[in-house]
Structure formats: C-alpha cells, structure tokens
Ligand binder design. Structure first.
Ligand SMILES: Nc1ncnc2c1ncn2[C@@H]1O[C@H](COP(=O)(O)OP(=O)(O)O)[C@@H](O)[C@H]1O
Ligand SMILES: [Mg+2]
Length: 206
C-alpha cells in the first residue's frame, strides 16, 4: 500500500487585484528569464501572505513549500485561518488550478465538491441537475438512471426533486450535489467547506 495522494513541495503565487493573472510585459520578462535559464523574476517578489496587513507587492504566496502524503483509507482535513490557502490547495488537488512550483500525484478516481452548487444549473430541476451533474462528473445516462433513486434518497430532498434548484436552500443544494458526487464512487473525494451548510443530520451521514 502506498500513498494515494503525494504533494511534493508545491507553492502557488497569486497576483492580487487582477482578473487575468498576467500582463504582456510580465509574460515577456518571464520568457526572457526562461531563455536565459534564470528563475521567473516574479517568483522572487511574492511576499508571505498576511491577509490583514497591506503588502508592498501585488504578488502573494497563497501556498509555500507544501509537502504531505495520504495513504489509502486515510481521511485528512485542512485547518487554517481565512485566506490561509486551504481552498487553493484543494483546487490544485482537483486540478482546477495548477501549482506555480512543485507537483501533485493522485492515484484513483477523483471527485470534488469545491463550492456550493458548482455544476448545478439554477433554472433546472433537481432531477435534471442530477443527470447534468452526473454526466459532467463522468457517469453515463444508464448509470445515473440506475442510481437515481438512491441519489435522491441519500440527498433527502425527494419532495423538491421536480423544483428548480434556485428555490432550494443552500443546505438542500449541497445535499443533492453531495449525493451525486458520492454515487460516483470516487476513490478520492475532495470537499471544500461544502458540508458546513448542511444540517447536523446531514453532516453526520456525509
Ligand atoms: N484567483 C485568485 N487570485 C488572486 N488571489 C487569490 C486567488 N484565489 C485565492 N487568492 C488568495 O490566496 C490566498 C488563499 O486563499 P484561499 O485558498 O481561498 O484561502 P482559504 O480557503 O484558506 O480561506 C488568499 O490571500 C486569497 O486572496
Ligand atoms: Mg476556502
């Protein structure tokens, strides 16, 4: 039995206050440095990330030199202050974002719930969203059909299954999204905060 998640020295640099995270001038400078065999010049100016103090540079390290391994059968949680980099780490594990440095290795089928309701369309009913979301997560139509009753049962929102999800409470949303993800039978399930909006009963069963 080896590690199913191996995080090797990852760091993530973000630029604050921008929608895209680079300008042409920076791209050129980065390219020049690369051609000359030098380190990316913008990696040097990143400060350690302090949410509550004003910094001198627009660049912050959301993550710096993170290393850990998770063995098969283990559960692990990440605890930290707001802005500590928890969501950034989970996005990198889910391959939604790439690390600036370092590498991540995952063994097995991965499903992730990063934000409440991602992948759900507000105008569609719960039923339609189960099919849509299931398909996005990689299940076939047949598979979803076979698991539909069990998904709805697990979610506990049966009464609302033919109501557009925009009328759901955030807890109901998450129950349904979680139920779909859980029925993917992923080997690795990545969950960011999502469970926090569920009630006690849901948190216990999830
Ligand atoms: N897309 C982004 N662009 C710029 N900065 C970001 C971006 N996403 C996150 N950050 C910054 O990275 C830091 C870590 O954020 P995050 O991982 O969401 O923290 P946490 O989930 O621990 O509260 C914060 O300072 C945040 O402002
Ligand atoms: Mg977060």
């Amino acid at each position: 039995m080896g590690a199913v998640i191996k995080v090797d020295n990852i760091s993530k640099l973000y630029r604050l206050g921008m929608i895209g995270n680079r300008t042409i001038v920076e791209d050129i400078n980065r390219l020049i440095a690369k051609i000359r065999g030098k380190e990316n010049p913008y990696l040097k100016v990143g400060e350690t990330n302090q949410r509550n103090t004003k910094g001198i540079s627009d660049y912050v390290w959301a993550l710096k030199d993170i290393n850990f391994e998770v063995e098969e059968g283990q559960r692990f949680g990440i605890i930290g202050k707001n802005g500590a980099g928890k969501s950034t780490l989970l996005k990198i594990l889910s391959r939604v974002a790439g690390p600036t440095k370092g590498s991540v290795k995952l063994k097995g089928r991965v499903a992730s719930l990063l934000e409440v309701g991602t992948g759900f369309h507000p105008e569609l009913t719960g039923r339609d969203n189960v099919f849509l979301n299931g398909a996005i997560l990689g299940m076939t139509q047949e598979e979803i059909k076979g698991k539909f009753d069990s998904i709805v049962d697990f979610s506990g929102v049966e009464r609302y299954v033919d109501t557009p999800v925009k009328r759901y409470s955030s807890g109901m949303y998450v129950r349904l999204a979680f139920a779909v993800a859980a029925h993917l039978e992923p080997e690795i399930l990545i969950v960011d905060e999502v469970l926090a909006v569920g009630d006690a009963e849901f948190q216990k069963n999830a």
